[in-house]
Design a binder for this molecule. Structure first.
Ligand code: FE
Length: 131
């Protein structure tokens, strides 16, 4: 259930054009283009749109795909999984539960212990370093 909403014009004013395209129009950034793909500092990954707490550095791993990848979420309450049949593929979309932002997709080929691979656009995330 979305708790936080803005009009498209308000999102456009807040976000860069790429951030808007990815988070509000379900776009995908070019692999290896994002600042957070190779970030392995300790900290928390928040929603770029609303600041919701999404992922922890403790679950991040190098998937080799060029997108920030996590094998777990911080809480199932913070993300919403949606069946996505677009582009002739059967995928599961990952969205921010708070504002509905498109984050990426989750696949079942990740590492132990979950075997999940949350494949997330760097521009959908805002990283806060843990001091
Ligand atoms: Fe959000």
């Amino acid at each position: 259930m979305k708790k936080y909403s803005k009009t498209n014009n308000e999102w456009k004013a807040q976000l860069s054009s790429l951030e808007y395209k990815v988070t509000r129009e379900k776009g995908t950034e070019i692999p290896f283009s994002g600042d957070l793909n190779a970030n392995y500092e300790n900290g928390i990954y928040h929603c770029k749109c609303c600041g919701n707490t999404l992922f922890s550095s403790s679950h991040k791993f190098d998937s080799g795909t060029g997108w920030p990848s996590f094998y777990d979420v911080m809480s199932n309450d913070y993300v919403t999984l949606v069946s996505d049949h677009s582009y002739g593929m059967e995928r599961t979309e990952v969205c921010c539960s708070n504002c509905g932002a498109h984050l990426g997709h989750v696949f079942n080929d990740g590492p132990e212990p979950t075997r999940k691979r949350f494949c997330i656009n760097s521009v959908s995330l805002k990283f806060t370093k843990k001091e």
